[in-house]
Ligand binder design. Structure first.
Ligand SMILES: Nc1ncnc2c1ncn2[C@@H]1O[C@H](COP(=O)(O)OP(=O)(O)OP(=O)(O)O)[C@@H](O)[C@H]1O
Ligand SMILES: [Mg+2]
Length: 223
């Protein structure tokens, strides 16, 4: 959804974000949903945060894989995520939606609220304002929250090849931190019942996919 007074956006463009703890199956479900849309001749763009643009992918390297003695402060971290989002929305998401594409985004503004707001305990009002500033009115039409016990999520990811040789700074946080993140997502979903749909990620892949297809068709279909 793009909130603009004189919108020139094709009504067919759709923006769906996927949220949830590490290992909840976001990448898996996005790939299945992309296949589903493409089988129905819909153009579908899969992207991620932080990242999705050249600038965003550079920021991703810093925010996730920075090593060395110099710490990344929580305040710096939240601004890096916001910078990636600002670039992503303007350079990729809005143009894709203007073309009538369906954009599937792996993490978006709710991750900032959950990780940097609730789990890192930065000021939530500021984070909401920062999200508004970065998104410039481009908020997801639907957000799928894949809910999972973080322990189960981590067990699923432990054999997976890492994106980088150095470990992911945020993934490496304590289990307590990730429990806070899960609780935060549940709270954010309760606060946004129209937009955010929660699906249990502990079921089989095919069942989760079926539930997501149903949610999307009920809201925007038939596809
Ligand atoms: N429903 C499921 N049941 C069991 N295993 C699953 C399920 N969905 C995905 N997996 C497996 O769990 C692992 C994590 O899945 P995936 O990479 O899709 O999660 P993710 O949410 O994208 O993780 P991350 O937050 O680390 O990017 C993968 O090895 C995947 O094959
Ligand atoms: Mg993933």
């Amino acid at each position: 959804m793009i909130i603009e007074k004189k919108s020139k956006i094709s009504p067919k463009g759709l923006f769906i974000s996927f949220e949830g703890p590490e290992g909840s199956g976001k990448t898996t479900q996005m790939a299945l949903l992309k296949k589903y849309f493409e089988s129905r001749a819909r153009n579908c763009v899969v992207t991620r945060e932080p990242g999705g643009t050249e600038v965003g992918e550079n920021l991703r390297k810093i925010v996730k894989y920075h090593t060395g003695n110099e710490p990344i402060y929580d305040e710096t971290e939240v601004l890096l995520f916001a910078a990636s989002r600002a670039q992503h929305v303007r350079n990729l998401i809005i143009p894709a939606m203007k073309n009538g594409s369906i954009v599937l985004c792996d993490r978006f503004m709710d991750s900032t609220t959950a990780y940097q707001g609730y789990a890192r305990k930065l000021n939530l009002e500021f984070i909401n304002e920062l999200n508004r500033f970065a998104c410039c009115g481009c908020i997801p039409d639907m957000t799928i929250l894949l809910d999972i016990n973080p322990k189960t999520g981590f067990e699923r990811t432990k054999d997976r090849p890492s994106e980088s040789k150095s470990s992911d700074r945020i993934e490496a946080e304590s289990l307590e931190f990730h429990k806070l993140v899960r609780e935060a997502f549940i709270k954010i979903a309760a606060d946004n019942p129209e937009r955010i749909k929660t699906v249990s990620a502990e079921n089989a892949r095919e069942l989760i996919h079926f539930q997501i297809v149903e949610l999307v068709n009920n809201a925007f279909g038939p596809f």
